[in-house]
Design a binder for this molecule. Structure first.
Ligand SMILES: [Zn+2]
Length: 577
């Protein structure tokens, strides 16, 4: 058994004391300790060793100091460990408040063990025990079993790393049951009103919808760990039998807007219990925490989860179809926010998560596995429904993935997914993959065609900003200046402006920093005075007749639908037309 102990002296320093004790047999290979460089759920190197201070290794019995040196940025070799019980001590800076972070102050200890706990190379399969030293009267919320107060056990390092915890005297704890499984909802920061009876009824409805869809739940119990913050924040991370959700501002939790976000992220993270935690890509079976784990299928892990995260809220009647379409339109707006979709395929975007997947990136370079992934999941679902008269759908693909890979613990490959899609479709779906997964074929026309089979349509409207629609120009205003933020490829603005130009005057007049007030009067020509790297320039903007940039797309119910379309709507969404 490998023992971990987490304690702290002064919570205001944010430093946790971490202790790792393990016996090293005489025959064991030299002891090497690794701190993860990334965490499952976010496919980029985060180099958590940046938060580690003062690593000391001693013989646990005699206190004799053992030599320890770094092999890499996050790997340590301990000399002379054979035949001893070894204790490793270091400090960890817990001062990152998001769903993948850790935080310490006088009111709570919040830990994502994957950031903070080292493992001994070759011994990840051994049972682990984590003991926390906590103030009297604090509760401990975590997906791991607690055999004794403040003691958690995990069958191996993976489970320990994948089990975040929150300890505090102020935790609120509510429960519900779905499909025979107990669900726990933990929350910090709920001083403001939360309508718990509404929340538990909504959570139960989408949980049951998911369990029914898959025909079972992969784990024995489930924990939603919520951090509600006093400021704006939105983040969720999936785990083995839990999720951390960080949302704010908490004062708006009783408002529709933030509650809607809580439902969306909670339904999404719960879906991951199957799709990525249980149904896992072969490339991550097992996880290698020391380096990039490249995989080409994040359009399945995140795209399909993003699709179902919103869609199942409608199907379980937690949301109306109109509310679902609002979310779908947000997804469309985000996908068509720039021209990156023309330049990178979804499969390559999955690899590029490790490159710049979580940054804005350079203009028009990339595509989101979340947004485009969700749109092509919708496309596939409607295709499968159309081919089978709604007898089969994407539900069947997901259920079969769960049966073949989730329940067996075998990692799935890209080829496995293609095979299952072909089998459920009852025909070769290679064209779908070539166009939308491996290629950058246009989505709008096929999407509109398929939406019509379920009584809906995809409408196009001009961008509400005249500057963007007529000239392809998007600005960002901050303090007392307006800068060029984005230029549509091939637009009139792109010919004369550059990103980060500061717009000083329009038609010789200094303009207030408000993008919507920029270019008043909707004229076809404007003279802009701009500062480019401190050079004052005058440029002429000329609209391109007949062209419009950055259009908006909107899914709407058809005004009139025939019987088949109305029936399709009911079978897809579970609501009458
Ligand atoms: Zn996700």
């Amino acid at each position: 058994m490998i023992q971990y102990r987490v304690s702290y002296e002064n919570p205001l320093t944010s430093y946790l004391q971490i202790e790792l004790t393990l016996a090293v047999a005489t025959a064991d290979a030299p002891l090497e300790l690794q701190l993860p460089a990334w965490r499952p759920g976010r496919y980029e190197l985060q180099n958590f060793a940046q938060k580690v201070q003062r690593v000391v290794v001693e013989d646990a019995a005699t206190g004799e100091r053992l030599p320890c040196r770094k092999l890499t940025k996050d790997r340590w070799a301990v000399a002379g460990a054979a035949g001893r019980s070894v204790q490793v001590r270091y400090n960890f800076y817990a001062h990152q408040m998001d769903a993948g972070g850790s935080w310490l102050d006088e009111t709570q200890l919040y830990l994502n063990p994957v950031q903070a706990l080292m493992y001994a190379e070759g011994r990840q399969q051994e049972e682990c025990e984590l003991t926390l030293t906590l103030p009297e009267g604090w509760q401990l919320a975590c997906g791991l079993p607690q055999p004794r107060p403040n003691v958690l056990t995990a069958p191996d390092f993976d489970h320990l790393a994948d089990s975040p915890l929150i300890a505090s005297a102020q935790l609120v704890h509510e429960q519900y049951e779905a499909g025979g499984t107990p669900f726990h909802v933990w929350a910090l920061g709920t001083e403001t009103l939360v309508n718990w009876s509404q929340l538990l009824a909504d959570f139960k409805a989408f949980s049951e919808e998911q369990i029914n869809m898959f025909g079972g739940f992969p784990v024995a119990d489930y924990h939603f760990l919520n951090q509600f913050l006093p400021y704006k924040h939105y983040h969720g991370v999936e785990h083995h039998n839990s999720t951390v959700i960080v949302l704010g501002p908490a004062g708006q939790l009783s408002s529709d807007e933030l509650y809607k976000e809580l439902l969306g992220v909670s339904c999404h993270e719960l879906f991951h219990t199957w799709n990525i935690k249980s149904i896992r890509p072969a490339e991550m079976q097992p996880y290698d925490y020391s380096r990039e784990n490249y995989f080409r299928t994040c359009f399945i892990a995140e795209g399909i989860t993003t699709y179902y995260g919103e869609y199942l809220l409608a199907r379980s009647h937690v949301r109306t179809p109109a509310q679902y379409f609002y979310e779908l339109n947000t997804m469309l707006r985000k996908h068509y926010d720039d021209a990156g979709g023309d330049n990178l395929s979804l499969a390559d975007a999955s690899m590029d998560l490790w490159l710049d997947g979580y940054k804005p990136g350079v203009p028009d370079r990339k595509v989101s596995v979340y947004h485009k992934g969700a749109l092509v999941a919708l496309l596939l679902d409607l295709t499968l429904r159309q081919l089978s008269g709604h007898a089969r759908s994407l539900d069947d693909v997901m259920r079969r993935l769960y049966e073949e890979f989730g329940l067996t613990g075998i990692g799935y490959t890209e080829a496995d997914y293609v095979r299952l899609v072909n089998e459920v479709a009852g025909r070769d779906m290679q064209a779908y993959f070539d166009k939308f997964i491996y290629g950058t074929a246009p989505l709008l026309e096929p999407l509109d065609k398929l939406l019509r089979t379920v009584g809906c349509q995809l409408l196009t409207a001009p961008n509400p900003s005249y500057a963007e629609a007529a000239f392809g120009l998007r600005t960002a205003s901050r303090a007392d200046r307006t800068d060029v933020a984005y230029l549509w490829p091939g637009s009139p603005a792109e010919r004369v402006l550059a990103v980060d130009d500061e717009i000083v005057a329009v038609n010789g007049r200094r303009e207030v920093p408000n993008a919507l007030l920029l270019l008043p009067g909707n004229a076809p020509h404007y003279e802009l005075t701009v500062l480019r790297q401190n050079r004052l320039l005058s440029v002429q903007l000329n609209a391109a007749p007949g062209r419009s940039f950055g259009p908006r797309y909107e899914v709407r119910k058809l005004r009139e639908a025939d019987v088949a379309q109305q029936q399709g709507f009911r079978q897809w969404l579970g609501w009458d037309f």
